[in-house]
Write a protein that binds this ligand. Structure first.
Ligand SMILES: Nc1nc2c(c(=O)[nH]1)N[C@H]1C(S)=C(S)[C@@H](COP(=O)(O)OP(=O)(O)OC[C@H]3O[C@@H](n4cnc5c(=O)[nH]c(N)nc54)[C@H](O)[C@@H]3O)O[C@H]1N2
Ligand SMILES: Nc1nc2c(c(=O)[nH]1)N[C@H]1C(S)=C(S)[C@@H](COP(=O)(O)OP(=O)(O)OC[C@H]3O[C@@H](n4cnc5c(=O)[nH]c(N)nc54)[C@H](O)[C@@H]3O)O[C@H]1N2
Ligand code: SF4
Ligand code: SF4
Ligand code: SF4
Ligand SMILES: [Mo]
Length: 657
């Protein structure tokens, strides 16, 4: 610990900390522009200058490390004058009309910084130079005329998304933010995460949907969770007039610390499907709008006699995107109540069942996503994280330039192969032999950190090479890199879990123990799962493969999911089909009864993310009139079937610590 004095106050700080963060921790705010808590300090704007005793000139506090006995002053007549001068220079360099700006609506740091110094106009005339505007991107516009060259966007692209698209071109006053080798953003390597827009402190990077939509002070900010995948990123929903205007990453969310992917930030803003607002019932072959009472009455009447029947009863399938509350009620009604033999979730346990079964026997083993932040080696097997769980992918991608090594095991070419240090391309479905071969190599070379009994190492190694079609050389180097790692993590995805092979998961678990991926202190073996509530669905035992064999009716609780042709074909076979959904689809067209329900943003509920973190999503907007929440619909059907549900979901899910 280091002792220092800031504004006459005695402060303790940790060695290596900057004066800026030490001050912030002690509740002393220093004005900043280029600094950002999730980005490495840059020291570019110099607004955060402070007076340091013993130094003649003020020093930027964002890059100044604390030292014992330091005496700092953050406010003085002279500093205020300097800050005004710095801002005046910024204003004069390009085209800033902060007091009249309609774009940012009060969330602009530059505007706020100027007001904080009591500035209401530019003291120096701008040069009126023209800088390029890039409007080629589908989600945002880059106006270099409003850029203050703080490089937050460049750092965010590298340090948050790990994408390294943005850089600076030209020099001095002509410096520009550009993508790749100065190509239009819309044609660049940008993966549309929007992190650069979220960190830009000016109106230089502006969001297409929310710019000019009104002042931030008129908006409500609601803290919630993204339901896009099992990562479970924390979000802020910016809401105005019962409408989501923008989605931002929640800087305080432990899972993602502010970063989001395209699916979380922009997909919900670009919804084009047709909303269902009235219950529908098939009458004379045609779907007709009916009252809730009529629809629910018909469903209960049809399903009640099917309850408790073994094979010619009913089948039920629920989306793993539904909140735990709805999933648990669904399970209580159809599995516990109706005792149907075909009650499952849309994922059919493909991402969870095998791992879940092994965990029940061997004890919970699944690790924490957070370990990716400090991993020196990451092994991905059957997991396309760069695409399927993008924010988890970002954690890997941004660590690679710092020396983290990546082993990717996937029969197909995936995005990770471009980045991986070692790519293994085994024959599809041969992973068990591969994992056993790696174990054998590690044991044979004496690199194991725990005991694992291997009877005939040479045989297993030879088998791996033959069955998987990988070279001994690549297999050995993968095994060595993993075995020699200090903080290794193994991620496995649907490429592994969909094999539904418990022996394969058990072998991965053995490999994890052998290599210190799992030991008494760390749990570094993690399955990435699928949708927002895959793990909850697994814990609720909604994991069986969906097969119709004589059931007289199907109840599908799909919420706001996209519907595949495959699902329509499978469910369409049912003699009677009830679909609970938010949007009209080919599936609702086939249904006998359609029950219109809320979207993720129109209901409060919980999600259990891939590493077992239970998170609350908030209701951000009111659903259109006539639409009900899934839980309300299920509870009403249960009541009408004389099987009231207790709704005790908390006892049904297990948080993994
Ligand atoms: N045999 C077998 N069965 C499985 C699995 C398996 O691996 N093998 N996997 C299981 C799992 S994990 C799941 S999630 C389910 C999935 O099974 P399905 O429910 O069949 O879902 P998907 O195949 O993901 O298809 C979703 C559909 O939505 C469309 N879609 C997605 N996003 C958009 C969009 O933004 N716009 C438009 N217009 N369309 C969109 C896609 O094109 C696709 O047609 O299947 C489960 N069942
Ligand atoms: N953008 C986007 N994100 C999504 C989804 C989406 O539709 N779009 N869907 C969500 C859902 S429902 C799910 S389930 C997850 C799925 O996320 P992932 O678990 O990443 O599953 P996949 O995307 O199917 O990728 C699995 C990878 O395994 C490889 N693979 C196939 N067979 C084998 C094999 O035998 N051995 C090995 N080692 N690898 C194999 C495939 O080539 C593929 O690259 O993604 C979620 N995220
Ligand atoms: S949207 Fe994401 S990937 Fe694209 S430039 Fe911005 S930070 Fe980089
Ligand atoms: S575009 Fe925004 S974040 Fe990027 S350098 Fe310019 S002002 Fe800073
Ligand atoms: S990674 Fe998943 S949870 Fe996070 S923003 Fe993207 S879709 Fe949403
Ligand atoms: Mo899935």
């Amino acid at each position: 610990m280091v002792q220092l004095t800031i504004n006459g106050k005695q402060i303790e700080a940790v060695e290596g900390m900057t004066v800026l963060s030490a001050a912030k921790r002690a509740g002393i705010e220093i004005p900043t522009l280029c600094a950002h808590k999730e980005l490495t300090p840059f020291g570019g704007c110099r607004l955060c200058i402070v007076e340091v005793q013993g130094f003649r000139v003020p020093i930027a506090s964002c890059t100044l490390p604390v030292s014992n006995g330091m005496v700092i002053n953050t406010q003085s007549e002279a500093l205020s004058k300097s800050r005004k001068f710095i801002l005046s220079m910024l204003f004069s360099e390009r085209n800033h009309f902060c007091p009249f700006c309609q774009v940012s609506g009060g969330d602009c740091d530059l505007q706020n910084a100027a007001y904080a110094q009591n500035m209401t106009h530019w003291p120096m005339q701008p040069g009126w130079n023209k800088f390029p505007v890039d409007s080629s991107h589908p989600y945002f516009v880059l106006d270099n005329n409003r850029c203050i060259l703080c490089r937050r966007c460049v750092r965010a692209c590298a340090e948050m998304a790990g994408n390294f698209t943005l850089t600076m071109a030209e020099r001095g006053a002509s410096t520009l933010v550009v993508a790749d080798t100065n190509v239009p953003l819309g044609e660049s390597s940008c993966i549309k995460c929007g992190s650069c827009v979220q960190v830009c402190p000016t109106g230089a990077l502006i969001d297409r949907t929310s710019a000019y939509q009104g002042h931030d002070l008129a908006m409500t900010e609601i803290t919630s969770v993204c339901a896009g995948c099992s990562v479970g990123c924390g979000i802020k929903l910016i809401v105005h007039d019962n409408r989501i205007v923008r989605i931002e990453g929640d800087w305080d969310a432990p899972v993602n610390r502010g970063v989001l992917c395209e699916h979380g930030r922009y997909d919900p803003m670009n919804e084009t499907r047709t909303r269902l607002t009235k219950p529908l019932m098939r009458k004379d072959g045609k779907l007709e709008p009916v009252s809730w009472d009529e629809a629910l009455g018909a469903v209960a009447e049809k399903l009640k006699p099917l309850a408790g029947r073994e094979h010619d009863g009913l089948a039920a399938i629920a989306s793993t995107r539904l909140p735990v509350e709805a999933l648990s009620m669904f399970k209580e009604l159809f599995l516990d109540g109706c005792k149907s033999d075909m009650v499952t979730s849309s994922e059919e346990g493909m991402t969870t069942a095998s791992a879940h079964a092994v965990a029940e026997k061997a004890g919970a083993f699944e690790g924490k996503l957070d370990l990716l932040r400090t991993a020196d080696v990451v092994m991905c097997i059957g997991a396309n994280v760069a695409r399927s769980h993008m924010v988890a992918g970002f954690m890997i991608k941004r660590a690679l330039p710092k020396g983290t090594r990546l082993i990717n095991i996937d029969p197909e070419l995936s995005e990770l192969d471009e980045l991986a240090n070692i790519s293994l391309k085994p024959v599809k479905g041969s992973d068990l032999a591969l994992v056993k071969g790696m174990q054998a190599l590690i044991v044979k070379e004496g690199l194991g950190r725990a005991f694992l009994e291997i009877l005939d190492a040479d045989k297993l190694i030879a088998e791996a090479v033959e069955v998987c079609g990988v070279s001994l050389e690549t297999l050995s180097s993968a095994a060595r890199v993993l075995a020699n790692a200090v903080t290794p993590v193994i991620l496995f995805g649907k490429g592994v879990t969909a094999q539904r092979d418990e022996e394969l998961i058990a072998a991965l678990l053995d490999l994890a123990r052998l290599t210190g991926v799992i030991d008494s202190e760390r749990l570094g073996l993690l399955s990435i799962k699928g949708e927002a509530n895959s793990l909850a669905a697994a814990q609720l035992r909604l994991e069986s493969q969906f097969v119709l064999n004589g059931q007289k009716a199907v109840f599908a609780a799909i919420g706001d999911d996209f519907v595949s042709k495959r699902l329509v074909e499978r469910l369409g076979q049912s003699p009677y089909l009830v679909v609970q959904a938010a949007y009209a689809s080919a599936l609702t067209e086939r249904a006998d009864v359609v029950l219109p329900v809320t979207l993720w943003s129109e209901q409060a509920g919980h999600y259990l993310n891939m590493d077992g973190r239970l998170q609350a999503a908030a209701k951000a907007v009111e659903a259109p009139a006539g639409i009900r929440e899934s839980t309300a619909v299920l509870a009403e059907i249960a009541m009408r079937m004389n099987m009231p549900v207790k709704h005790d979901w908390r006892g049904e899910v297990k948080i993994l610590d």
